[in-house]
Design a protein around this ligand. Structure first.
Ligand code: MLT
Ligand code: MN
Ligand code: ZN
Length: 305
């Protein structure tokens, strides 16, 4: 299985256009060695030619153009991008569905809850029907671990895992999320058994998450915030990370402590917010992550398992 990180930042990207936090200012002004990052998305493939995009970010056009692996030409027009999965209805994970209009129709996989949000609160699936019929939406049952297959990547099996996180700010289910509002994915290469667990938005791990982490060869986990009150302390927001559905990286109950329990997988932090000091290669927080044996995702990162 091949994995390409298309975008390693959280919503807003890095730097965020209107943000003057320490990290955004330093990358904008070139006063740190931090690298800019686009918004949250990965692509997976079983043959390096046919790809499934997992989460369609507002930056998807730029991300695909920056990834020669995805440029497979199967006609006068064509792409290696064959299908899309979205793990939630958040703007940073779904706005790219608008940008992919030139490639419609495409198969889209998501839960019924997410499909409902994308047809009501944020009705992009209804809008896109005007482009060659739009997305052929396949709903996946997050309470079943049976998983599903996608014809273009037949060697991969996709298993949804319900994640405790939050529904988007525009959702009637904000602060009362349903099990299908956020999923992680366990993706198994049925030829080798190699397994990826991808969870870019995770508020609190439960037994299913722990067992998915234990059995994976690579985990790509929520690295949004270093501390729970980071947005408030920086004067950029009023909400704690946990209220937004993101477990912080540091702290006794944080993501690093959680990852420390597992020996087997390659460990990668992804969906990193622009305020998070781990983005600065010269910061002590960056070093603490690497010292814990955990990698920090960057745009264009390629992983083979
Ligand atoms: C989140 O991950 O909490 C959201 O995507 C934030 C946002 O983009 O508004
Ligand atoms: Mn997000
Ligand atoms: Zn910022």
């Amino acid at each position: 299985m091949q994995i390409v990180v298309l975008g390693s930042a959280a919503g807003g990207g890095f730097p965020q256009w209107n943000c003057h936090c320490r990290m955004c200012s330093s990358v904008r002004n070139g006063t740190s060695r931090a690298e800019p990052r686009t918004q949250s998305s990965i692509a997976v493939s079983d043959d390096g030619e046919n790809w499934v995009i997992i989460n369609a970010s507002p930056d998807i056009r730029q991300q695909i153009n920056a990834s020669p692996q995805l440029a497979y030409a199967n006609g006068a027009r064509g792409s290696g991008v064959r299908s899309v999965i979205v793990t939630d209805a958040q703007i940073d994970h779904t706005t790219g569905l608008l940008i992919l209009r030139e490639g419609l129709p495409l198969d889209l996989y998501c839960t019924a809850e997410v499909a409902e949000e994308l047809s009501t609160s944020y009705p992009i699936l209804s809008m896109m029907k005007h482009w060659e019929g739009g997305y052929r939406t396949h709903t996946v049952d997050p309470t079943s671990d049976e998983g599903w297959q996608i014809p273009f990547v037949p060697a991969l099996r996709f298993h949804p895992i319900v994640l405790a996180s939050n529904a988007p700010p525009f959702s009637p289910y904000r602060n009362k999320p349903r099990p299908g509002d956020n999923i992680g994915l366990r993706i198994v290469d049925t030829r080798t058994g190699a397994t990826l667990f991808y969870a870019p938005g995770l508020g609190a791990p439960d037994g299913a998450v722990l067992s998915a982490m234990a059995s994976a060869d690579c985990v790509m986990m929520d690295g949004t915030l270093w501390t729970d009150d980071e947005m408030i302390r920086e004067g950029l927001g009023t909400r704690l990370g946990r209220e937004m559905g993101h477990l912080s990286v540091s702290g006794d109950d944080g993501m690093l402590a959680l990852l420390e329990q597992f020996d087997k997988p390659r460990k990668v932090l992804i969906h990193i917010n622009n305020t998070n000091p781990i983005l600065d290669p010269d910061a002590s927080e960056h070093k603490a992550v690497l010292d814990a044996g955990v990698e920090i995702a960057f745009d264009g990162m390629h992983i083979q398992i």
